[in-house]
Design a binder for this molecule. Structure first.
Ligand SMILES: Nc1ncnc2c1ncn2[C@@H]1O[C@H](COP(=O)(O)OP(=O)(O)O)[C@@H](O)[C@H]1O
Ligand SMILES: [Mg+2]
Length: 204
Protein backbone atom coordinates (compact mmCIF):
# COMPACT_ATOMS: atom_id res chain seq x y z
CA UNK A 1 0.00 0.00 0.00
CA UNK A 2 2.92 2.42 0.50
CA UNK A 3 3.56 2.24 -3.25
CA UNK A 4 -0.06 2.94 -4.04
CA UNK A 5 -0.06 5.91 -1.71
CA UNK A 6 3.08 7.27 -3.38
CA UNK A 7 1.34 6.83 -6.74
CA UNK A 8 -1.71 8.71 -5.46
CA UNK A 9 0.52 11.61 -4.42
CA UNK A 10 2.12 11.67 -7.88
CA UNK A 11 -1.24 11.68 -9.58
CA UNK A 12 -2.49 14.45 -7.29
CA UNK A 13 0.49 16.49 -8.38
CA UNK A 14 -0.25 15.82 -12.07
CA UNK A 15 -3.92 16.64 -11.61
CA UNK A 16 -3.01 20.02 -10.15
CA UNK A 17 -0.94 20.84 -13.22
CA UNK A 18 -3.68 19.66 -15.61
CA UNK A 19 -6.43 21.55 -13.87
CA UNK A 20 -6.08 24.82 -15.80
CA UNK A 21 -5.34 23.47 -19.28
CA UNK A 22 -7.07 20.10 -19.37
CA UNK A 23 -9.87 20.00 -16.81
CA UNK A 24 -11.38 16.86 -18.38
CA UNK A 25 -8.12 14.95 -17.97
CA UNK A 26 -7.74 16.31 -14.45
CA UNK A 27 -11.20 15.03 -13.57
CA UNK A 28 -10.31 11.55 -14.82
CA UNK A 29 -7.13 11.64 -12.85
CA UNK A 30 -9.06 12.53 -9.70
CA UNK A 31 -11.47 9.66 -10.26
CA UNK A 32 -8.59 7.24 -10.61
CA UNK A 33 -7.11 8.60 -7.42
CA UNK A 34 -10.34 8.15 -5.54
CA UNK A 35 -10.55 4.56 -6.68
CA UNK A 36 -6.91 3.91 -5.70
CA UNK A 37 -7.37 5.51 -2.28
CA UNK A 38 -10.44 3.41 -1.58
CA UNK A 39 -8.67 0.22 -2.54
CA UNK A 40 -5.68 1.12 -0.38
CA UNK A 41 -7.89 1.78 2.61
CA UNK A 42 -9.31 -1.71 2.26
CA UNK A 43 -5.84 -3.18 1.91
CA UNK A 44 -4.51 -1.41 4.99
CA UNK A 45 -7.53 -2.43 7.03
CA UNK A 46 -6.99 -6.00 5.99
CA UNK A 47 -3.29 -5.82 6.83
CA UNK A 48 -3.86 -4.34 10.26
CA UNK A 49 -6.39 -7.02 10.95
CA UNK A 50 -4.27 -9.95 9.81
CA UNK A 51 -0.80 -8.74 10.72
CA UNK A 52 -1.28 -7.55 14.19
CA UNK A 53 -2.56 -10.51 16.13
CA UNK A 54 -0.15 -13.00 14.53
CA UNK A 55 1.68 -13.96 17.73
CA UNK A 56 -1.64 -13.67 19.46
CA UNK A 57 -3.37 -16.07 17.08
CA UNK A 58 -0.61 -18.64 17.08
CA UNK A 59 0.71 -18.42 20.64
CA UNK A 60 -1.98 -16.66 22.63
CA UNK A 61 -2.23 -13.66 24.91
CA UNK A 62 0.65 -14.41 27.29
CA UNK A 63 3.18 -14.77 24.48
CA UNK A 64 1.86 -11.66 22.74
CA UNK A 65 2.15 -9.56 25.90
CA UNK A 66 5.62 -10.94 26.65
CA UNK A 67 6.70 -10.06 23.12
CA UNK A 68 5.34 -6.54 23.53
CA UNK A 69 7.17 -6.15 26.86
CA UNK A 70 10.41 -7.36 25.30
CA UNK A 71 10.04 -4.86 22.49
CA UNK A 72 9.55 -2.06 25.04
CA UNK A 73 12.72 -3.12 26.82
CA UNK A 74 14.77 -3.47 23.65
CA UNK A 75 13.53 -0.38 21.85
CA UNK A 76 12.95 2.08 24.67
CA UNK A 77 14.76 0.62 27.65
CA UNK A 78 11.40 0.61 29.37
CA UNK A 79 10.88 -1.94 32.10
CA UNK A 80 7.54 -3.75 31.57
CA UNK A 81 6.56 -6.58 33.88
CA UNK A 82 3.91 -9.02 32.71
CA UNK A 83 2.03 -11.12 35.25
CA UNK A 84 -0.74 -13.13 33.69
CA UNK A 85 -2.74 -15.91 35.28
CA UNK A 86 -2.90 -18.67 32.63
CA UNK A 87 -6.13 -20.00 34.13
CA UNK A 88 -7.83 -16.71 33.30
CA UNK A 89 -6.49 -16.81 29.74
CA UNK A 90 -7.91 -20.31 29.28
CA UNK A 91 -11.37 -18.91 29.84
CA UNK A 92 -11.02 -16.16 27.23
CA UNK A 93 -12.23 -16.32 23.64
CA UNK A 94 -9.69 -15.28 20.99
CA UNK A 95 -11.80 -12.19 20.37
CA UNK A 96 -11.52 -11.17 24.02
CA UNK A 97 -7.80 -11.87 24.05
CA UNK A 98 -7.35 -9.63 21.07
CA UNK A 99 -9.24 -6.75 22.71
CA UNK A 100 -7.31 -7.21 25.97
CA UNK A 101 -4.06 -7.11 24.03
CA UNK A 102 -5.09 -3.87 22.33
CA UNK A 103 -6.02 -2.28 25.68
CA UNK A 104 -2.74 -3.35 27.27
CA UNK A 105 -0.77 -2.10 24.29
CA UNK A 106 -2.36 1.36 24.35
CA UNK A 107 -2.05 1.70 28.13
CA UNK A 108 1.58 0.56 28.13
CA UNK A 109 2.38 2.95 25.30
CA UNK A 110 0.77 5.79 27.24
CA UNK A 111 2.87 4.96 30.27
CA UNK A 112 5.97 4.70 28.13
CA UNK A 113 5.32 8.02 26.37
CA UNK A 114 3.99 10.14 29.21
CA UNK A 115 4.83 8.65 32.61
CA UNK A 116 8.64 8.54 32.88
CA UNK A 117 8.00 5.46 34.95
CA UNK A 118 10.56 3.09 36.35
CA UNK A 119 8.15 0.21 36.08
CA UNK A 120 5.05 -0.63 34.10
CA UNK A 121 3.04 -3.61 35.25
CA UNK A 122 0.57 -5.57 33.14
CA UNK A 123 -1.51 -7.94 35.22
CA UNK A 124 -4.42 -10.23 34.57
CA UNK A 125 -5.85 -12.18 37.47
CA UNK A 126 -9.12 -13.50 38.88
CA UNK A 127 -11.08 -10.87 40.76
CA UNK A 128 -14.12 -12.76 41.99
CA UNK A 129 -16.59 -15.34 40.70
CA UNK A 130 -15.83 -15.51 36.96
CA UNK A 131 -14.75 -11.88 36.74
CA UNK A 132 -11.13 -11.16 35.85
CA UNK A 133 -9.19 -7.98 36.44
CA UNK A 134 -6.87 -6.51 33.85
CA UNK A 135 -4.58 -3.88 35.31
CA UNK A 136 -1.92 -1.70 33.71
CA UNK A 137 -0.12 0.35 36.30
CA UNK A 138 2.93 2.58 36.29
CA UNK A 139 4.98 4.34 38.95
CA UNK A 140 5.46 7.47 36.87
CA UNK A 141 4.45 11.10 37.10
CA UNK A 142 0.69 10.62 36.88
CA UNK A 143 -1.69 13.22 35.47
CA UNK A 144 -4.97 14.98 36.08
CA UNK A 145 -7.24 12.34 34.58
CA UNK A 146 -10.44 14.30 35.18
CA UNK A 147 -9.13 17.34 33.34
CA UNK A 148 -7.89 15.28 30.39
CA UNK A 149 -11.14 13.34 30.06
CA UNK A 150 -13.18 16.53 30.34
CA UNK A 151 -11.26 18.26 27.55
CA UNK A 152 -11.50 15.48 25.00
CA UNK A 153 -13.74 17.44 22.68
CA UNK A 154 -10.87 19.86 22.01
CA UNK A 155 -8.19 17.18 21.85
CA UNK A 156 -6.91 15.35 18.82
CA UNK A 157 -6.04 12.11 20.52
CA UNK A 158 -8.49 9.43 21.50
CA UNK A 159 -6.30 6.94 23.34
CA UNK A 160 -8.12 6.98 26.65
CA UNK A 161 -11.53 6.95 24.99
CA UNK A 162 -10.42 3.94 22.95
CA UNK A 163 -9.53 2.15 26.16
CA UNK A 164 -13.04 2.72 27.43
CA UNK A 165 -14.67 1.71 24.17
CA UNK A 166 -12.61 -1.44 23.88
CA UNK A 167 -13.50 -2.36 27.43
CA UNK A 168 -17.17 -2.07 26.51
CA UNK A 169 -16.59 -4.35 23.52
CA UNK A 170 -15.87 -7.19 25.96
CA UNK A 171 -18.58 -6.11 28.42
CA UNK A 172 -15.90 -4.88 30.77
CA UNK A 173 -16.00 -2.03 33.26
CA UNK A 174 -13.23 0.48 32.72
CA UNK A 175 -11.64 2.42 35.51
CA UNK A 176 -8.79 4.92 35.40
CA UNK A 177 -7.12 6.56 38.30
CA UNK A 178 -4.19 8.87 38.32
CA UNK A 179 -2.96 11.82 40.25
CA UNK A 180 0.01 14.03 39.49
CA UNK A 181 3.01 12.50 41.23
CA UNK A 182 1.31 9.22 42.01
CA UNK A 183 1.46 7.13 38.86
CA UNK A 184 -1.42 5.80 36.83
CA UNK A 185 -3.63 2.75 37.05
CA UNK A 186 -5.93 1.46 34.34
CA UNK A 187 -8.28 -1.31 35.40
CA UNK A 188 -10.79 -3.32 33.45
CA UNK A 189 -13.09 -5.79 35.17
CA UNK A 190 -13.80 -8.50 32.60
CA UNK A 191 -16.70 -10.94 32.88
CA UNK A 192 -15.84 -14.48 31.83
CA UNK A 193 -19.34 -15.94 31.64
CA UNK A 194 -22.83 -14.79 30.63
CA UNK A 195 -23.89 -14.78 34.27
CA UNK A 196 -20.89 -12.64 35.16
CA UNK A 197 -21.84 -10.13 32.45
CA UNK A 198 -25.19 -9.67 34.15
CA UNK A 199 -23.70 -9.43 37.61
CA UNK A 200 -21.09 -6.91 36.52
CA UNK A 201 -23.72 -4.87 34.68
CA UNK A 202 -25.72 -4.60 37.91
CA UNK A 203 -22.59 -4.21 40.01
CA UNK A 204 -23.30 -7.20 42.22
N1 LIG B 1 0.27 6.55 32.09
C1 LIG B 1 0.22 7.88 31.96
N2 LIG B 1 1.07 8.68 32.68
C2 LIG B 1 1.03 10.03 32.54
N3 LIG B 1 0.20 10.69 31.73
C3 LIG B 1 -0.66 9.96 30.98
C4 LIG B 1 -0.70 8.53 31.06
N4 LIG B 1 -1.67 8.08 30.22
C5 LIG B 1 -2.20 9.18 29.65
N5 LIG B 1 -1.60 10.32 30.10
C6 LIG B 1 -1.97 11.70 29.75
O1 LIG B 1 -3.26 11.70 29.15
C7 LIG B 1 -3.19 12.25 27.85
C8 LIG B 1 -4.18 11.55 26.95
O2 LIG B 1 -3.79 10.24 26.62
P1 LIG B 1 -4.24 9.63 25.22
O3 LIG B 1 -5.69 9.89 25.06
O4 LIG B 1 -3.80 8.21 25.16
O5 LIG B 1 -3.48 10.52 24.18
P2 LIG B 1 -1.96 10.47 23.65
O6 LIG B 1 -1.30 9.28 24.24
O7 LIG B 1 -2.10 10.35 22.17
O8 LIG B 1 -1.37 11.80 24.08
C9 LIG B 1 -1.74 12.12 27.44
O9 LIG B 1 -1.38 13.08 26.50
C10 LIG B 1 -1.01 12.32 28.76
O10 LIG B 1 -0.90 13.68 29.05
MG1 LIG C 1 -2.19 7.34 23.99
Amino acid sequence: PTQTIAAIAMRANMAQKMLAQKPQAALKELQTMEEMARRTTQEIRHMLFTLRPLVLETQGLVAALEAMAEKMRDTYGQNVLVEIDPQVVEKLEMEQQSVIFAIAEEAVNNARKHAEAEHIWVRLRPLRGDIALLEIRDDGVGFDAKAVLASYEQRGSLGLLNLRERSELINGIFHLDSEPGKGTRVQVAIPLTEAAIERLRHRI
